[in-house]
Design a protein around this ligand. Structure first.
Ligand code: ASP
Length: 623
């Protein structure tokens, strides 16, 4: 075989006159009758090959060149010369071509189901996934693999420089109720027992801290058998980190340094100091714990004003949970969002659709008010010609000035209201805010290069929330997250039946949000056995159950556990941001479909009965 001396992206005019060898795939061919042009492709680029009897190409080689087709694999030797047909400025190698004198066809291809070019329309994704080896030959996919590689390399470098040890943790793990549904693996050696695949190495990294490892990192695979969603994969990758003897601020600084380094190294972008926002402010202003602050559209609680209206729907809502403290999920509230310019841009059809939209989040509907009049008045002040175009005019008109002041409205605005319990209204209007941003054209394309980057730390989450389906308490981050230092005693003293107190306990968790997506989440951990046991109790575990599931953790915590804290970044999401795609499958070499199928290997697949028998499993699936 003619082993390559250069890659297909390497040759420049400085190489003219040299005899070189190239290896690669036929990207395209043009046959000009006894003169054949081939663009040869590898990961590094394209180079034009010329087969011309005038350059000494023998008849036998001309015949072979004539038969070359797209995606054949070849090796060749020839002389580099300046392009006779003129430069191709689109190619890095566009100044030169190779006058081929030797050709070796290394592999002929069958007729490929599609060609790996980025120029034409892509075939459907199923076909691409079934033949991923062809799809990955596309230059844009090669670039994504390269970006992902650069991200992991920078990650390893940064954390190595900061004294982190990379430690591998088991894939065959114990079933633990961490949140999501687990994948189970039967074993031949212990009939009826199963491993679970880890949802994350959470407990191992904490135990590594108890083991004195001090600073841990791992680029690890996590497995969660969750319901399919477009931006999720059952198998995904985290950059997983843990540190001992740190307070919340120190780990946040370390991670901010990482983010800054990553964006600088990979995208050449300076990330400014990441601002912090409390969970409460995020929920109040944006109705979500990962606010997209690239656009304004803030939400306002106007319960006080709404209570002065003679409007039964608002009045009844505000009666709900009246005696509960502010922000309690069951307390009735009225939330409003002012949409500047909405009066013109948001059509009746759109705003009618908003009611259906919020019903999906449990709210009853949306009240819509268009503020009309000459635009030249400052926000929040009333002008003579101001009119409210709304189905609830009867109730609003008598309090027009107060309404305008309460929402800070201006002519040209549309104001949208949702009245419900705090939990429902906040969620509904937060989701509506994102929809309105799209409808108003305020939402930049996800992660597009050069687009704005809005990083945020969101901190001070509640420790617990009620599971919507079961009504039981669940940990908002995970059960190993500590209460914030100043909440510790209140948590230890709290009666687990005291709903209002429990809901008010704030955790020492933190998330990094980028443009409305959570890119990392972590927390200061519990390192005290009594606190951990209380969390388990609150989550409905009996001491026996807690012991059965987590005796190893509780034991470890009782043998000298240092204070520790950690975080995990979603690597796939990070890559998506750098390459500007909103399809998670684009950034994973061998992804699965939404229902977890690998279309190339055809996994999952049935296995023979004897193999099942070996692992003591009987399938009850209908065959
Ligand atoms: N293990 C956590 C997760 O996967 C992250 C962390 O708390 O470090 O979300």
């Amino acid at each position: 075989m003619l082993i390559r001396t250069h890659t297909c992206g390497q040759l420049r005019d400085a190489h003219v006159g040299q005899t070189v060898r190239l290896n690669g795939w036929v990207n395209s061919y043009r046959d000009h009758g006894n003169l054949v042009f081939i663009d040869l492709r590898d990961r590094y680029g394209l180079t034009q090959l010329v087969f011309d009897p005038d350059d000494g190409a023998l008849a036998e080689m001309m015949a072979a060149a004539d038969k070359l087709r797209n995606e054949d694999v070849v090796a060749c030797e020839g002389k580099v010369r300046a392009r006779i047909g003129g430069e191709n400025p689109k190619l890095e190698t566009g100044k030169i071509e190779i006058a081929v004198t030797r050709l070796d066809v290394l592999a002929k291809t069958e007729n490929p189901p599609f060609l790996p070019d980025d120029v034409g329309n892509l075939p459907n994704e199923e076909l691409r996934l079934a033949h991923r080896y062809i799809d990955l030959r596309r230059p844009s996919m090669q670039r994504i693999l390269g970006t992902r590689h650069r991200i992991t390399q920078t990650t390893r470098r940064y954390f190595d420089e900061n004294g982190f040890l990379e430690v591998e943790t088991p894939i065959l793990y114990k079933s633990t109720p961490e949140g999501a549904r687990e994948f189970l693996v039967p074993t031949r050696h212990v009939p009826g027992s199963f491993y679970a695949l880890p949802q994350s190495p959470q407990l191992f990294k904490q135990i590594l801290m108890v083991a004195g490892c001090d600073r841990y990192m791992q680029i690890c695979r996590c497995f969660r058998d969750e319901d399919p969603r477009a931006d999720r994969q059952a198998e995904f990758t985290q950059i997983d980190l843990e540190m001992s003897f740190v307070r919340r601020d120190q780990i946040m600084e370390m991670m901010e340094g990482f983010v800054r380094r990553l964006w600088k190294d990979v995208a050449g972008v300076e990330v400014p100091t990441v601002r912090r926002m409390s969970y409460r402010d995020a929920m109040e202003d944006y109705g979500i714990d990962r606010p997209d602050t690239r656009y304004d559209l803030k939400i306002k609680d106007i319960s006080e004003f709404a209570g002065t209206l003679d409007f039964a729907i608002f009045k009844n809502t505000l009666e709900k949970g009246k005696d509960r403290p502010a922000f309690n999920s069951k307390k009735g509230v009225v939330k409003a969002m002012r949409v500047p310019g909405g009066a013109e841009k948001l059509t009746r059809k759109m705003t009618d659709g908003y009611t259906e939209f919020v019903k999906g989040f449990g709210a009853g509907g949306v009240a819509v008010v268009k503020v009309l009049g000459s635009p030249a008045v400052p926000a929040g002040s009333l002008a003579d010609d101001m009119k409210l175009d709304t189905g609830i005019a009867k109730f609003l008109e008598p309090k027009k000035a107060e309404f305008i002041a309460a929402v800070g409205a201006q002519p040209g605005d549309t104001v949208l209201f949702v009245a419900d319990t705090y939990g429902v209204a906040t969620k509904a209007i937060g989701e509506l805010r994102q929809k309105v941003a799209r409808d108003m054209g305020l939402m930049p394309r996800p992660g597009a290069e050069g687009g704005p980057l809005h990083f945020l730390w969101v901190v001070d989450f509640p420790m617990f929330e009620r599971n919507k389906d079961t009504g039981k308490w669940v940990a908002m981050h995970h059960p190993f997250t500590s209460p914030r230092d100043d909440q510790m005693q209140a948590f230890l003293d709290a009666d687990v039946e005291d709903e209002v107190t429990i809901e008010g306990i704030v955790s020492a968790g933190y998330d990094i949000v980028l443009n409305g997506q959570e890119i990392a989440g972590g927390s200061v951990r519990i390192h005290d056995k009594a606190v951990q046991s209380k969390v388990f109790q609150l989550l409905g575990m009996t001491p026996e159950q807690a012991k059965e599931k987590f005796s190893f953790l509780l034991e470890a915590l009782s043998f000298g556990a240092p204070p520790h804290a950690g975080i995990a970044f979603g690597l796939d999401r990070l890559v998506m941001n750098f390459v500007g795609t909103d399809n998670i499958r684009d950034v994973i070499a061998f992804p699965k479909t939404q229902i977890g199928a690998d279309l190339m290997t055809k996994a999952p697949s049935p296995v023979p009965d004897n193999q099942l028998k070996d692992v003591h499993v009987k399938s009850i699936a209908a065959t």
